[in-house]
Ligand binder design. Structure first.
Ligand SMILES: Cc1cc2nc3c(=O)[nH]c(=O)nc-3n(C[C@H](O)[C@H](O)[C@H](O)COP(=O)(O)OP(=O)(O)OC[C@H]3O[C@@H](n4cnc5c(N)ncnc54)[C@H](O)[C@@H]3O)c2cc1C
Length: 581
């Protein structure tokens, strides 16, 4: 690219904000515009999945989300008397198959989440320009010319950018300008009254629900702050005209719950949501990209929407940064589309199945077999618990892109394994294209005492990590020699090499003495696989004499399992060429 123009991000919902933050962290100048004068206050997408938390930790946002959120509370479904409730865990956790820094989803108001993202944006020296609406654009081989309206003055400006990230939501105009079909269905009859309400007389230890979802139900889910609850009412027996004022909402609540000891004393925000389940056939055209709801909208059941948008943003940003900095060709950007479209198609499938249960229609397939599949779902109406139960697959830890042209699997036995299953590879044999697992390790610094840490803490959004499994300290010299073959690729700005020493390696001062000058100069970071967990979760054989290389991408996905250093070279060459060498 001859002139380096900034990237324009359109829309300051979670997807736009995360796109902007991750691009800025990658050294790409960004302008982010939002047509609204004030920010959205709705709780809306309130469940943040473990996989989203992992990707948020790559941009240092995860801890703030943890601090502002609650754990997933048990779900209490009340009997007809309104007082007797059956409580059960709402969502399955990640389990113990490996170390998970975030073993369960967290619950936070989307408005609060967006506010903390804006704070992080501010820390990077940027801010959202409100009252600025994208009204059109044209693109050429070199740039995009965007037309932006100042909604308060009515003035129009032209802005030149290198790329345009369309995070303008489900009603956005960018996909229409691109003439990309938005395929799917609108189900006007499937409605949810959703809002932020303040409530007294109700415990904040449970997510409460009265009535039957398949008829008429109303739920109150506590948020961390004060007396704030997320209200959701649904069911085909709800009145045709749904209330939006305090008095009407109180009446609706009491008619379903029969509880006059619980007082809704304030309605901060309310909306009537109607099911619109659609996705774009493709997510980019040349220099313009669609992310989040702009590319796909879905049932709010399953809590996958906002999470998927965030993962779109993370998938795209590091690739845009490589192209922007001249480290990869434009073709790399097409892999955003190739990697995300199958994942989103499966997300729509999974969340729609829960949607069908909620609205009393037979599921096409049961998510976890708990309902016994289609036949059982037809025989009995789903209970509230059936609908609300979140199986492990929805934690998104198995989401993968094994089919991507830029992932490289060199192990003959692994390359053939696994049909395309975009959401579900967590239990199958790990391979390139999967989420890189986490593990507890010991980090060895010459100047300081060794410290316990995790593998994921080493991952970062602006660098690839080349993990090398070495048989012992004595092999480090040989490793450094081998790395010379790829020294042209090891730009410290973009790639970091981590040598993983086997369990039992002495990381005390005797080790320090054996380390070569180059290691101390920081070219290679040293870790000890203290419980042999890294080898186990990365599915590697016992320590042999040879090195094994695993390349982890900036979005925390395994880019390559490479048997030797030439495999690493091949991975970076394929990446640079965008999968089309
Ligand atoms: C009632 C309700 C409940 C929901 N519950 C859940 C849930 O439980 N779990 C879940 O995961 N998701 C849920 N969602 C969905 C979730 O809110 C969305 O998936 C999420 O907001 C998508 O984020 P986004 O950034 O892609 O788009 P949005 O949040 O829609 O942001 C798009 C932004 O772009 C701006 N914009 C549009 N056009 C322009 C333009 N031309 N120029 C400048 N700015 C523009 C808009 O004003 C908006 O601020 C719910 C949604 C609703 C409405």
């Amino acid at each position: 690219m001859s002139v380096r123009l900034p990237v324009l991000v359109v829309g300051a919902g979670p997807t736009g904000l995360i796109s902007a933050i991750s691009l800025l962290k990658n050294g790409v100048p960004v302008r982010i515009i939002e047509k609204r004068e004030t920010f959205h206050g709705g709780i809306r997408g309130s469940g943040v999945t473990p996989r989203t938390l992992e990707v948020l930790s790559l941009i240092d946002v995860a801890q703030d989300v943890i601090d502002s959120s609650t754990a997933p509370l048990d779900f209490s479904s009340y009997e007809a008397d309104g007082h007797t409730a059956k409580s059960a865990p709402w969502a399955e956790g990640a389990g113990t198959a490996q170390y998970y820094a975030f073993p369960e989803a967290r619950i936070v108001s989307q408005a609060e989440f967006e506010a903390l993202l804006r704070k992080h944006l501010g820390n990077l020296g940027a801010s959202v320009e409100t009252g600025k609406e994208l009204i059109g654009f044209e693109q050429s081989d070199e740039k995009v010319m965007a037309r932006i309206l100042d909604t308060s003055t009515g003035n129009e400006e032209t802005f030149l950018c290198s790329f345009l990230v369309g995070a303008d939501g489900a009603k956005g105009r960018i996909r229409r300008i691109l003439e990309i079909p938005f395929v799917g269905q609108t189900r006007e009859e499937d409605r949810v009254l959703s809002g932020n309400v303040n409530v007294t007389g109700l415990d904040k230890e449970h997510w409460h629900m009265w009535g039957k979802m398949t008829q008429a139900a109303i739920g109150l889910r506590p948020m961390k702050t004060g007396s704030l609850f997320q209200m959701q009412a649904l069911g085909h027996e709800l009145p045709a005209s749904l209330p939006t004022d305090l008095e009407g909402i109180r009446k609706l609540f009491q008619s379903i719950s029969h509880r006059d000891d619980i007082l809704i004393h304030d309605v901060e925000w309310v909306t009537e949501w109607r099911a619109n389940i659609r996705m774009c056939e493709k997510f980019n055209k040349e220099r313009v990209f669609l992310v989040g709801d702009a590319a796909h909208c879905h049932s709010l059941f399953g809590g996958q929407g906002m999470n998927s948008g965030i993962q779109d943003a993370m998938n795209l940003s590091w690739k845009l940064a490589l192209v922007y900095h001249g480290r990869a060709s434009m073709e790399l950007l097409n892999t955003y589309n190739e990697e995300r479209v199958p994942v989103i198609a499966e997300m729509l499938n999974l969340s729609s199945n829960i949607h069908y249960l909620a609205f009393g229609k037979p599921a096409k397939s049961a998510l976890d077999g708990a309902l016994g599949g289609e036949a059982a779902a037809e025989e009995k109406q789903a209970t509230n618990q059936d609908v609300m139960h979140r199986p492990k697959v929805l934690l998104q830890l198995g989401v993968n892109c094994r089919w991507s042209p830029i992932v490289l699997e060199t192990r003959a036995d692994a390359s053939a394994s696994g049909a395309k299953d975009p959401y579900g590879q967590e239990t199958a044999r790990l391979r390139a294209g999967d989420r890189a697992p986490n593990a507890l390790v010991t980090s060895v610094h010459l100047a300081a005492t060794p410290e316990s840490t995790t593998l994921h803490k080493l991952f970062d959004m602006h660098r690839h990590i080349v993990m090398v499994f070495v048989p012992g300290v004595n092999a480090l010299g040989r490793l450094l020699k081998e790395l010379e073959d790829i020294h042209d690729l090891l730009d410290a700005e973009a790639v970091r090499v981590v040598a993983i020493l086997p369990k039992g390696t002495d990381h005390s001062s005797s080790l320090s003495r054996q380390l070569s000058e180059d290691v101390t100069a920081g070219k290679v970071q040293l870790l000890v696989d203290k419980d042999a967990e890294v080898r186990r979760v990365y599915d590697l054989d016992a320590v042999g004499a040879a090195f094994t290389y695993v390349v982890v991408r900036p979005d925390g996905v395994i880019g390559s399992f490479a048997g030797d250093v030439s495999g690493v070279r091949k991975y970076f060459e394929v990446l640079k060429a965008g999968g089309r060498p």
